[in-house]
Write a protein of this length. Sequence first.
Length: 186
Amino acid sequence: MLAAVETRYLIRPVGEADLPLLRGWRARPHVSRWWGDPALEPVEEALIEPNIALWIAELAGRPFAFIQDYDVHAWTPHPFDYLPPGSRGLDVYIGEPELVGLGHGSRLVRQHVDHLFGLGAPAVGIDPHPDNTAAHRAFAKAGFAVASGPLDTPWGRAILMDRRAGIDPLPVREGRARDASWRTGG
Ligand SMILES: CC(C)(COP(=O)(O)OP(=O)(O)OC[C@H]1O[C@@H](n2cnc3c(N)ncnc32)[C@H](O)[C@@H]1OP(=O)(O)O)[C@@H](O)C(=O)NCCC(=O)NCCS
């Protein structure tokens, strides 16, 4: 019997030369549907923001996805500021539409989160839109559990999911309530 072969992705930092590729991906309908107008929070701004790290993932030498991870305590209030110091937030999209829905998103997120844990992050948060069922499912497969939501955040409506270092992935804790006191500071 053949053993399953785990896909590993090359995840490399974004450089200036990648900006045209990223602008093209952001304009694709399957991405802009969830990431919004490409003119909002353009990647050029994120590239010079020291609290955000930008990455391109490659599969067999072909760039196919974008990841950003950020310091959840660099913005106050922030939906993930309940996570311990050093925690990272994550955003992701697969830019190439024919590679969506094949399991790459969940495997890629798992690989990058494991890398962040290896660097010392105690937890990682991710905040898909409540209607983005494919994202919820992909992130659950990557080991994330629902922490709260749906709720309104400064970046849009979201479900908050998190994954803690050293804890084996748990089943999705659908409906585990948390209040939204981060919004009022209360
Ligand atoms: C979100 C994203 C990164 C996930 O990556 P992916 O490779 O498509 O995800 P996977 O194939 O690993 O998993 C998707 C899961 O959702 C399921 N799914 C897809 N559409 C669904 C739907 N409408 N309803 C229910 N489940 C759905 C798939 O069946 C799969 O689950 P399964 O493996 O149990 O069958 C990718 O879809 C993407 O880039 N989407 C566009 C941008 C985006 O939404 N980014 C996330 C913003 S938070």
